[in-house]
Design a binder for this molecule. Structure first.
Ligand code: 5RP
Length: 227
């Protein structure tokens, strides 16, 4: 199977998960990226069950709206049952690296509100130790040089993502060469650097459910089993 076929398969499994577990009329959080795009296309079929969707990026909001799915402002809702999103890497503790698409800050905000974070990935994203995928860090533009120097002190090599301005008007530094042995500690440490908006480690609030697609099918993992 191609990677796109695996993404399609996991998107379908996530649609079924939502149809089974999200009560009719409740709000769904929707992530960003190519796997999330497959998921958006799938939930068009169940849009009448949804009270609406909260998007983690402008791109996702546009795609949802294109399917006639009502897009809500996060500030206008009190609760969100499920958030579905992809990841760049996920480890055995359900901690993730995200932000390959540059939407990490909004993704982290939407995830914070959600009752259940469902991560949808193909098997290439499952790793022993995260860090091979460069860790995205969203920074306030005037702080990018300072933050780069501070990130280098942590052992990584930050590179400015050329041509990228986030939906929040900020820049992304991709940090290469980190072996992330302590995801929660590193997430906290990087967020303490002045000028950092947030970083792409989702460890403090990791995934609750992982739907993982491989040639053998889509497997489901639960965080309760590993935390
Ligand atoms: C976007 C993200 C994505 O979830 C992550 O980059 C995975 O993307 P894809 O499904 O295209 O592999 O965090 O900011």
């Amino acid at each position: 199977m191609t990677q796109d076929e695996l993404k399609q398969a996991v998107a379908r499994a996530a649609r079924d998960y939502v149809a089974d577990r999200l009560p009719v009329g409740e709000i769904l959080g929707v992530g960003t990226g190519s796997t999330a795009n497959f998921f958006i296309d799938e939930i068009a079929a169940i849009k009448d069950r949804l009270g609406g969707a909260v998007a983690s990026s402008e791109a996702t909001a546009q795609r949802l709206a294109g399917h006639g799915i009502r897009v809500l402002d996060l500030n206008d809702i009190d609760a969100m049952g499920i958030y579905v999103d992809g990841a760049d890497e996920i480890d055995g503790s359900m901690a993730m690296v995200k932000g390959g698409g540059g939407a990490l800050t909004r993704e982290k905000i939407v995830a914070a509100v959600a009752g259940t974070f469902v991560c949808i990935c193909d098997a290439s994203k499952r790793v022993q130790t995260m860090g091979r995928f460069p860790l995205p860090v969203e920074v306030i533009p005037m702080a990018s040089a300072y933050v780069s120097r501070e990130l280098a002190k942590l052992g990584g090599t930050p590179k400015l993502r050329e041509g990228m301005v986030t939906d929040n008007g900020n820049l992304i530094l991709d940090v290469h060469g980190l072996a992330i042995a302590d995801p929660v500690g590193l997430e906290t440490r990087i967020n303490q650097i002045v000028g950092v908006v947030t970083n792409g480690l989702f460890a403090e609030r990791g995934a609750d459910v992982l739907l993982l697609a491989s040639a053998e099918g889509v497997q489901t993992f639960y965080a309760d089993a590993v935390r």
